[in-house]
Design a protein around this ligand. Structure first.
Ligand code: PEP
Length: 244
């Protein structure tokens, strides 16, 4: 389905790891070890306090940076929140939206996720929308229905066209941090499902949408996953703490 020349993404989610010293070593290693490629965009999503450090290290390099969450509001009395505009102020180009670790631990609603997705795009950020099912849902065979509902909330609010030039990360919740990645076949099947859903509603948006896989990607399984035709790269947590 995908054009051979389409760009892939390798997105690091550093979660709540690192500090100034650790990051300095990691970012140096990224710059030395990750080659520049016109086919693969490399992005590092850092905790808020380290956006300035990411900017310092990656400005004018082949590596972009972003955040792991943002506010759905644009400005105002929202203590502790960080807006899309503030992320842009630090040169961020990407933001993860709806990661399951936020959705489950901090009760992020689908409605909030939809608003954030839209706000990110409206402020010139590329949203990386996380979707995926729990283990119980996969075992019950309803994983496509679950992902369908997650996408439908955004489509109902903003239309399928909003997915143009954005990224969806298929992240089965059971695979995140568990050491048990989806098989390439499982991931490919879901990616085709997602792409077809968007394409049925907006063919043009589907063409510029990138669908990446996340969940226990490691040096052993990465290649098998990423050679699948509809897997446009990865969202990588633990594995991203090691540049190699
Ligand atoms: C993630 O947090 O998005 C993720 C995929 O984590 P891990 O690679 O550690 O499973």
């Amino acid at each position: 389905m995908q054009e051979a020349t389409a760009q892939s993404f390798c997105i690091a989610n550093l979660k709540m790891h690192g500090d100034l010293r650790f990051n300095a070593q990691l970012f140096d290693a990224y710059l030395k070890q990750i080659p520049s490629s016109q086919h693969v965009a490399v992005v590092v999503c850092v905790p808020y306090p380290y956006l300035a450090q990411a900017q310092q290290y990656f400005k004018d390099t082949h590596i972009a940076w972003g955040a792991q969450i943002m506010s759905k509001e644009t400005e105002g009395a929202f203590t502790g929140e960080v807006s899309a505009h503030m992320l842009r102020d630090f040169g961020a180009e990407y933001v993860i939206i709806g990661h399951s670790e936020r959705a489950t631990a901090y009760c992020e609603s689908d409605e909030n996720i939809a608003t954030k997705f839209y706000q990110a795009k409206a402020h010139g950020l590329t949203p990386v929308l996380c979707v995926g099912e729990t283990l119980i849902e996969r075992e019950a065979g309803v994983m496509e229905r679950v992902v369908d509902e997650q996408l439908s909330e955004i489509i109902a609010a903003y239309g399928a066209g909003v997915f143009a030039d954005t990224i969806i990360a298929y992240e089965p919740i059971w695979a995140i941090g568990s050491g048990l990645a989806a098989t390439p076949e499982q991931a490919q099947a879901m990616h085709v499902f997602i792409r077809n859903k968007i394409a049925q509603l907006d063919e043009k948006a589907a063409q510029t949408l990138r669908i990446i896989y996340g969940g226990s990607v490691n040096p052993k399984n990465a290649l098998q996953l990423f050679v699948e035709q509809d897997i446009d790269g990865g969202l990588i947590g633990r594995g991203a703490l090691y540049a190699e």
